[in-house]
Design a protein around this ligand. Sequence first.
Ligand SMILES: Cc1cc2nc3c(=O)[nH]c(=O)nc-3n(C[C@H](O)[C@H](O)[C@H](O)COP(=O)(O)OP(=O)(O)OC[C@H]3O[C@@H](n4cnc5c(N)ncnc54)[C@H](O)[C@@H]3O)c2cc1C
Length: 288
Amino acid sequence: MIYDSIIIGTGPAGVSAALNLKILGKNFVWLGSGATSKKVEAAELIRNYPGLPDVSGGELAAAFKNHAQKMGIEAKKEVVTAIYDLGGRYAVQAGSETYESKTIILCTGVVAAKPVAGEENFLGRGVSYCATCDGFLYRGKTIAVLLFDKSFEHEAEYLATLAKKVYLMPMYKGCTVEADNIEIVMKMPKEIAGGMKVEKLVFSDGEIAVDGVFILRSSISPATLFRGLETDGGHIVVDRQCRTNLAGVFAAGDCTGRPYQYTKAAGEGNIAAHAAVDYLAGSREPSN
Ligand SMILES: Cc1cc2nc3c(=O)[nH]c(=O)nc-3n(C[C@H](O)[C@H](O)[C@H](O)COP(=O)(O)OP(=O)(O)OC[C@H]3O[C@@H](n4cnc5c(N)ncnc54)[C@H](O)[C@@H]3O)c2cc1C
């Protein structure tokens, strides 16, 4: 099935895009790494959301979820690891699923962590973001797993069932992953290095030889996610209709640049949804 659109991200930009596409009668898939956004849930008190003078992040997140449910829409909890241009349509890889659509709306927020040196260079040549997609390639091999978020622990456990040896690098406190073939390494590599393929991780005090590196984090830089997408300083370049340099691809929210604010994100989600609908109708003029 080819959807009209795929929305990636469940923060205010993604919620707004999803509500508008639903109202405008489009068929779409909504993918996100969580129920809403950690950046919404984390806010103690929000003072600049119109009409809600002293709402907490938790309350706003619950209101978003409730609103979506009332409209009969629900995000699938999946991390998108790659998007491919198939010429006139796009393929989105999320876990072991691939979805196809005529348009894409990127609402992925900003990526706080800088990529590891070598990460983008070795993507597809030993670096992977997806255990279920690529784990089988490392059956009986030695791998490293850079674990940025507790919610990916099951993916690390799954990789340990396939690989001969796993060097596990949790980037947070309280990691509970255990297996006989797992060695916990409490430091961050300076670089992923190799020749045609990944061969090792380089640390300030030595090296570890590996056949592959899994980087498990909930957000991936837009340029890595989508080859050919124009970015500037980590932000996706858009015009006033939230159109990117790729036909049929739109972006909204923090991922397009500052200010990083809920209302700007929700507003751009709205604009991107309308622009996607205009694109589907073959028009380049913005609708009302
Ligand atoms: C503690 C805190 C307090 C804040 N307080 C305020 C405030 O008072 N007022 C204000 O206006 N702003 C505030 N902000 C800023 C606000 O949170 C952001 O501007 C807003 O959340 C941006 O919305 P967004 O939809 O663009 O992105 P986000 O809310 O970051 O949502 C993006 C979503 O996309 C998901 N995602 C990313 N990549 C992928 C992928 N590859 N596959 C699947 N899903 C993916 C992310 O996991 C996330 O759920 C605050 C931020 C923080 C951290």
